[in-house]
Each structure stands twice: as structure tokens, then as C-alpha cells.
Write a protein that binds this ligand. Structure first.
Ligand code: GDP
Ligand code: MG
Length: 177
């Protein structure tokens, strides 16, 4: 922990996980910069982005980690997970396969980080109404069974994006304070 970090009240490491092309990088781009990339390559991800979030008047720094596309090769390293206190596990509501892989991502998360990492299951791309392959009820019930928070988002039209990140940060804050 550097001297600079020690002057902050709170610094939470949060990781984005889930299959390739589910919208992880765009969720972060929308949240941190209010941007969206219609044809993003999986390489647009930066290592991490730090975002200040105000919770009950306390300034929290969320250090949000994005992959650089290595999930395509199932090669997310343990360094990526190390020290994480929160996770957004993202699937694409228009591709059922990405939902079926959620269990695999949970295993990986629990192998490489603390069992208590605050995790929210995120069904992204709700704007693709006609292409939906995963119902809201399915998402909810998996989240309940696995003890995860749950939300559906669209990085394209912005719906629920900041709520997804805030839910994780608020819960970590409540656990720690
Ligand atoms: P990642 O591989 O999980 O980081 O996914 P990206 O953020 O690179 O997104 C993959 C593709 O899905 C890109 O073409 C994005 O423009 C698109 N995308 C991401 N989020 C959404 C969304 O909420 N709605 C729609 N329609 N497309 C999205
Ligand atoms: Mg990406």
C-alpha cells in the first residue's frame, strides 16, 4: 500500500469477470467515462480504472479491473483476482451460453480470491429485447441460489450501470464499517 493510498479513506479493488464480449469493458466505459463503443474489440480494456464514489458522505475509491481479452483463452491470471473485495460477474442476456458459464466463473473467482468477495450477477444488454435468451427470473433465481446480488443492465442505453457498481461498493462499505 503506497503512501498515497493511505491518505484515502477507502480503496476497494473490484474485478469484472464473465465471458468474452458480454460487455464488461463497455460497462466500465459507461460507468467511468459515460462512453460506449459500438464495435469494441476485446482489447480496449485498460488494466484498471479508479472511480470515486460517494457513500454516506464518505469518498470511496473503487479500483475497477478489466481484462484485456485474456478471458477468451480462459487465461485470467491469479494476479487479476488478488486482493479483490468485489466482483461484477457479467453475462449477456442475448446469449444463453454466457449464462451457462456463470458457474465456471464463480469457481474461478472462489479459487483465486476470498470466499467473501461481494459479487453481483449482471445480465447485460437489456436493450436487445427481441434477442433475449435468458429471462430475468432465471437470472434472479441463479443469483439467489448462489448468494449473489442481481441486476440487469445495458451499457448501450446506460440503464442500471451505475447501480450495478454502487451496489457492490455499498455492500463492501457496510461490511467493513
Ligand atoms: P467484453 O469482451 O466483455 O469486454 O465486451 P465489450 O465491452 O468489448 O463488448 C462486446 C460487444 O458488445 C461490443 O460490440 C459492444 O459494443 C457490445 N455491447 C456491450 N454492452 C452492450 C449493451 O449493453 N448492449 C448492446 N446492444 N451491445 C453491447
Ligand atoms: Mg473487454
Amino acid at each position: 500500500c503506497s503512501e498515497e493510498e493511505q491518505t484515502e479513506d477507502y480503496l476497494f479493488k473490484i474485478v469484472l469477470i464473465g465471458d468474452s464480449a458480454v460487455g464488461k469493458s463497455n460497462l466500465l466505459a459507461r460507468f467511468a467515462r459515460d462512453e460506449f463503443y459500438p464495435n469494441s474489440k476485446s482489447t480496449i480494456g485498460v488494466e484498471f480504472q479508479t472511480q470515486k464514489i460517494d457513500i454516506n458522505g464518505k469518498e470511496i475509491k473503487a479500483q475497477i479491473w478489466d481484462t484485456a481479452g485474456q478471458e477468451r483463452f480462459r487465461a485470467v491470471t491469479s494476479a487479476y483476482y488478488r486482493g479483490a473485495v468485489g466482483a461484477l460477474l457479467v453475462y449477456d442476456i442475448s446469449r444463453h451460453q454466457t449464462f451457462e458459464n456463470v458457474g465456471r466463473w464463480l469457481n474461478e473467482l472462489h479459487t483465486h480470491s476470498d470466499m467473501n468477495v461481494v459479487t453481483i450477477l449482471v445480465g447485460n444488454k437489456t436493450d436487445l429485447k427481441d434477442a433475449r435468451e435468458v429471462t430475468t427470473a432465471e437470472g434472479k433465481s441463479l443469483a439467489e441460489a448462489q448468494g449473489l446480488f442481481f441486476i440487469e443492465t445495458s451499457a448501450l442505453d446506460s440503464s442500471n450501470v451505475s447501480s450495478a457498481f454502487r451496489t457492490v461498493v455499498e455492500e463492501i462499505y457496510h461490511i467493513l464499517s
